[in-house]
Design a protein around this ligand. Structure first.
Ligand SMILES: *Cc1c(COP(=O)(O)O)cnc(C)c1O
Length: 254
């Protein structure tokens, strides 16, 4: 086994987060209809050795938000050798001219950041070429800018239902699984529920009602290291956790 060159115990980190997920789920009020959350381990800026360590601890879903970094990691010989069942989630901003780079990668599982029709259309067309023999549609989430911050990507909440309809009705190579938000950082929970989570849950509900879908059948990706337990209590079904597993991350100039 390859040892990570770091003080961080990745296996213990994964186990601790899975335990905290279970505990948060037990606190979720019964009226909130949502499945058990899935952990996406966000490995951005972290070395391949740590990904392998997490994989050997049983983790399968991993998230990356820089195209070039995902390209390098997904094709890395050690990853291909040791992590044959790895499932990559792209969680960063995707430009149309980078679609092919991402979609041709081995073990790509989901694009969580579809936030406009042009990108959705581009993904749909490209996946037709890259999907290989199994002909499975590509799983995607719609990224919603719940905080309204200019610097954040995502479709405004009011426009999300129309984008949802467009993808569902026209883009048969995409499997639209649900919605995602990043939200504002550093929310003070002593002041009440996180408005980003409230906003995403409201859009989720609206989309389910308009499309006659069970609430449980549409994924809600929200919650990161600092707030994934609050997110789960509010109905999150996918949490994206990085630093709480892999340790502090130096800021990267994208
Ligand atoms: C980096 C990142 C995360 C994880 O952040 P942590 O605070 O380290 O858990 C989650 N989601 C997205 C979109 C990210 O870019």
């Amino acid at each position: 086994m390859i040892r990570a060159m770091s003080d961080v115990n990745v296996k213990a980190g994964i186990e601790s987060i899975l335990k905290r997920i279970d505990e948060a789920l037990a606190r979720r009020p019964p009226h909130i209809k949502a499945p058990k959350p899935q952990l996406v381990a966000v490995s951005k800026t972290k070395p391949v050795e740590m990904i392998i360590e997490a994989y050997e601890a049983g983790q399968r879903h991993f998230g990356e938000n820089y195209v070039q970094e995902l390209v390098e990691k997904a094709q890395h010989p050690e990853i291909l050798k040791h992590c044959q069942d790895i499932k990559w989630h792209f969680i960063g901003h995707l430009q149309n001219n980078k679609i092919n780079k991402v979609l041709k990668l081995p073990n790509l599982y989901m694009i969580q950041t579809v936030d406009n029709e042009r990108l959705a259309n581009g993904l749909n067309t490209a996946w037709e070429k890259f999907q290989g023999d199994n002909k499975q549609p590509l799983s995607v989430l719609i990224q919603i800018n719940t905080s309204g911050e200019e610097a954040k990507n995502g479709v405004p909440p009011s426009e999300a239902p129309a984008l949802y309809k467009h993808i569902k009705e026209n883009l048969k190579h995409l499997q639209l699984e649900g919605v995602m938000t990043i939200g504002a950082f550093g929310f003070d929970y002593s002041t009440g529920p996180n408005p980003d989570f409230v906003s995403l849950i409201n859009v989720h509900k609206q989309i389910c009602e308009e499309n006659n879908l069970d609430l449980e059948s549409v994924q809600v990706s929200m919650g990161m290291s600092d707030d994934f337990e609050h997110a789960i209590e509010a109905g999150s079904t996918i949490v994206r956790v990085g630093s709480a597993i892999f340790g502090f991350r130096a800021k990267k100039n994208a």
